[in-house]
Design a protein around this ligand. Structure first.
Ligand code: CA
Length: 542
């Protein structure tokens, strides 16, 4: 990290309240969308504002949204950034530091789509939904067919990713709403991958959706290692793509003209993915001298199935839901493409590890009209969101880092979300505190062309209704759909669809699975093992 003294002061200009759609040519300042520099740190923004949407002047920093262009382009909100910095003497002194004094560790971007199905992507066999940019990313990197989510719904899957723990040890093991807005927070003492990377000098941002604690709780992303947050904190709030507001750090970021309707008929002036996407680009531009960690927790294509433009699907003979869903997946792809293009433009390709996945399997049953049309289960997996069969747990796993991660490799080697934290530790050189227990293993050797580490087992549980569990060791998979239910045994090598329960034929495997489940599961009073709902538990961390 470059050393420096003093502050760079960031001063938002005066905000005005003007209806964006009635004020032709008037730019309304909507927020300062840039991570705030901290004492002793430089503001890198000054060195790289060369794009057509950005200009560099001098004296304060603010982000403006060009309202005329917003109206003209309809679905595409084009933000314009005017960076103005005081303390130019500080910038001058920093640029004079020799590069050799700042050895690099890679930038890390984890793109986590919400409710994406592996089978939604062309590179995993999708025929109807177009995803050219993600397919290209897969060609340029490694495509994993057995990347496992933390579990099969949002919050606990994300907690597993953030904490490096499987759901037998994680403090979040179900989606659980707390109050009118927000979910059960990560408790005091949680140690996230963002805290880890921050300790190694990374600038960190979560942009998109959080869902693990509102700002006043112990689960606030801003208390757990993220320098910057932008988007939805609450999962339910994220059901609207035309929300009345998002959050910029912990401050409301109003989106005038939106109705906030969480149903499919929601409408508005600003599709939330527009400012969210722009903010990811802003963060990368502002931190191009790195290292940075971007947790791009994109809400697409989670319901409600709202889209501002059905694009190439508009005239398809499909239902509105089918057209909207396809357009949402393609919109995800388009914005991934924009991010990849920016990395290339900034010469960050070979300095940046990018991983793309989804937080749980498809939200559609294979036999539903949408599931059938898009044939998301074409790869033969059983189950979907909220189940612990492979269709609920396996997701896309596309890993790109030119020059390091093999290009064009397709791997069946399994790894899981809880491997991400120790992988980041090895990449960054950051130390995981001795008091922090994790379950994951670093997959850095795999990233570099080798194999995933050997391990005894993978484990999942979920407490939505009945407490369900699954364990995989080798090619054997066990599922128990409630503590009093029988253990099912499947041979994934020959039966990825988990169609033939071998428990009665192989009782020794059922016994082994029971032992593994017992070893992996730590009791948590918030998530007692139950056969039936309902289990509200006690809110943590208020
Ligand atoms: Ca989800």
């Amino acid at each position: 990290m470059p050393s420096c003294t003093g502050w760079v002061f960031v001063v938002p200009s005066t905000r005005t309240q003007i209806n964006p759609l009635s004020a032709e040519g008037t730019r309304r300042e909507i927020a300062q969308c840039k991570p705030r520099p901290r004492p002793g740190e430089s503001d890198n923004a000054a060195s790289h504002q060369n794009s057509e949407d950005a200009s560099y002047t001098s004296s304060c920093v603010h982000l403006t949204l060009d309202e005329t262009r917003l109206k003209s382009f309809g679905s595409t909100v084009i933000t314009r950034i005017e960076y103005v910095l005081s303390c130019l003497f500080l910038f001058g002194s920093l640029t004079a530091l020799p590069a050799a004094e700042t050895p690099r560790t890679p930038n890390i971007i984890f793109i986590l789509s919400d409710d994406l199905a592996q089978g939604d992507l062309g590179c995993y066999g999708q025929k109807l939904i177009q995803t050219p940019n993600i397919d290209q990313m897969a060609k340029e990197g490694t495509r994993c067919t057995q990347t496992y989510c933390g579990t099969s719904v949002c919050a606990p899957s994300r907690a597993s990713l953030m904490l490096g723990k499987h759901t037998g040890h994680s403090p979040i093991r179900a989606n659980r709403e707390i109050g009118r807005e927000g979910q059960m927070p990560l408790p005091q003492g949680s140690f996230t991958v963002a805290q880890l990377l921050k300790s190694a000098g990374y600038r960190t941002a979560c942009i998109g959706k959080w869902g693990m604690g509102m700002f006043e709780t112990t689960g606030s992303p801003l208390k757990l290692g993220f320098d910057h947050f932008f988007g939805y904190n609450c999962q339910r709030h994220a059901h609207s793509y035309f929300p009345k507001y998002l959050y910029n750090d912990d401050q409301r970021f109003d989106l005038p003209g939106n109705d906030g309707n969480e149903n499919v008929e929601g409408k508005g002036a600003i599709y939330s993915q527009n400012p969210i996407s722009e903010e990811t680009l802003n963060f990368v531009r502002s931190n191009k001298d790195g290292p940075f960690f971007l947790f791009y927790s994109v809400t697409l294509p989670h319901g409600s199935f709202q889209i501002d433009d059905q694009g190439i699907y508009k005239d398809k003979p499909w239902s509105e839901e089918q057209k909207n869903y396809a357009a949402m997946v393609t919109r995800l792809d388009t914005d991934v493409g924009r991010l990849m293009a920016l990395l290339k433009q900034l010469n960050l390709d070979e300095k940046t590890l990018v991983i793309l996945s989804g937080d749980n399997g498809s939200s559609f049953a294979p036999q539903s009209s949408l599931g059938k049309l898009f044939d998301q289960a074409a790869n033969g997996m059983r189950g979907f969101k909220r189940a612990l069969y492979e269709g609920g747990l396996r997701n896309a796993g596309i890993i790109r880092w030119p020059g390091v991660v093999p290009a064009g490799r397709v791997s069946e080697e399994p790894w899981a979300f809880w491997d991400f934290l120790p992988t980041c530790a090895e990449l960054s050189g950051a130390k995981i505190p001795a008091t922090v227990q994790i379950d994951g293993l670093s997959i850095v050797p795999f990233l570099k062309g080798g194999s995933v580490p050997k391990r005894d087992f993978f484990y999942w549980e979920l407490h939505e209704g009945a407490s369900i569990q699954a364990v995989r060791w080798g090619d054997w998979k066990a599922v128990r759909n409630g503590p009093s239910k029988s253990i099912e045994i499947y041979d994934l090598k020959n039966d990825v669809g988990e169609t033939m329960d071998l428990a009665s034929q192989k009782p020794e495997l059922a016994s082994k699975a029971e032992s593994l489940m017992a070893a992996a599961h730590a009791d948590d009073s918030n998530f007692p093992m139950r056969d039936k709902k309902e289990n509200k538990g006690v809110p943590l961390g208020k």
